[in-house]
Ligand binder design. Sequence first.
Ligand code: CS2
Length: 494
Amino acid sequence: MDRQQHGARLSAQTLGALPPSVQRPAYDITQTRLGIVHIGAGAFHRAHQAVYLDDVLAQHPDWAICGVSLHSRDVRDALQPQDGLYALALLGQESHLRVIGSIRELLWAKEDAALVLSRLAEPQVRLVTLTVTEKGYCLAGDGLDLSHPDIVHDLATPHAPRSAIGYVVAGLHRRWQQGVAPYTVLSCDNLAANGHRLRRAALQFAGSLDKTFATWMEDHVAFPCSMVDSITPATDDALRERVRGELGVDDAWPIQRELYTQWVVEDRFCNERPPLEHVGVTLSTDIAGYDRAKLRLLNGAHSSLAYLGSLMDLDSVGDAMANGALCGFVEQLMRSHIAPAIALPDGMNANPYIDAILERFRNPSIRHRLSQIAWDGSQKLPVRLLSTIGESLALGRNIDALCLPIAAWMHFVRRQATRGVALIDPMNDVLTAIGVACTGNAAGDVAAFMALDAVFAPLSDDTRFIGALRHAYAVLGEGTPHVVERALSDACAA
Ligand code: CS2
């Protein structure tokens, strides 16, 4: 039977008519009230945090989300006509669809800036969360990148910001002026010590505007750290088709993720918080160990698969896991080179955690493209792999295997540049210039990359690192599939 109601769109009105196999919000979406402003309402937020909040709302209707997009209007335009509703496909052995209702309002900062700022000042907004990806924090080294065009702009016109930091601080400034209690600012991005880094950047920004206000922020605003985890492949045609068939109405932007999800949040809020512990979130006083394990093991392995696998002309994580040499190498990388170099949280054993990661990567219900993971390498590699290399060197450990994925990234940059394919990376221009100038000579090419302080400092003048990286770069030859595969087999046998 064709259930499709011709032209009908997912919305509060059509929600009741969805087939019973589709899980729906367990509350009346029209009765919820905003409690959270979320900056960066992309796929990860909608697959992760918004789902936890959908569970919270079933008991506590005052934690609905106002989702703000800073750059693109697409999410607002897709979801506003749907009353914020969208379908999430949960992919595992028993996949199912769930409609999420926690995002009650969608704003596009470029057009709705005044409304975003007024939401941020409303007392019932007690929490501001962010998923703006690594580059969205405008960081350089340990602090804010004061030469970043958005930061230069926002410091000149703080009441009309563009950046995430600019909005967070502008909202707090209004509250400070109006005597409204501050909100907690919770980063939900894959950055080590994300709350600490965001706090430093926000205080630095505020301090450049007004010292008294910055001191108030320092004393009163909490920036807890968090660790987020759920594999969320980009929406593709297969998903759109499946959702259209199963829902019986149109959804302009469904999303998908694996069944597995984890959210660990540091329990340090300066205003009320949703009862996250009731919906499967781990609240902890120290999340650094979880953070490290996830970023270094899961994300480190993901980026390794992405660059090595792309050179091998593989398309998805599933394809990469089906390649014996690559899968064997990445498993060994995690077990023998990453896990022994990092301190894990009390009670966490590396091997079962790694087993679970490998199983998640092999999930046959998911097609996660390596090209998606390869985005933003300049931002991801320092957090995911270079930090492990630095700590391994400090421990006197061998770093040869850890340098292979870094060398693969360099070959990947060179390959895309010579093919004339732009990288999705905020450093695309400089990386492409380096890639085009590469000759294949390991010493010269490594030296050119080492000039990228934002990526390689403080390792860029470490002779042990440079030696191992040159070797890894040379071992990968011209970065062609067979040579890469042989290098990985040799690395495993070594
Ligand atoms: C991936 C992550 O795209 C990427 O860089 O490594 O998005 C990864 O899927 C998530 O961090 C898993 O929690």
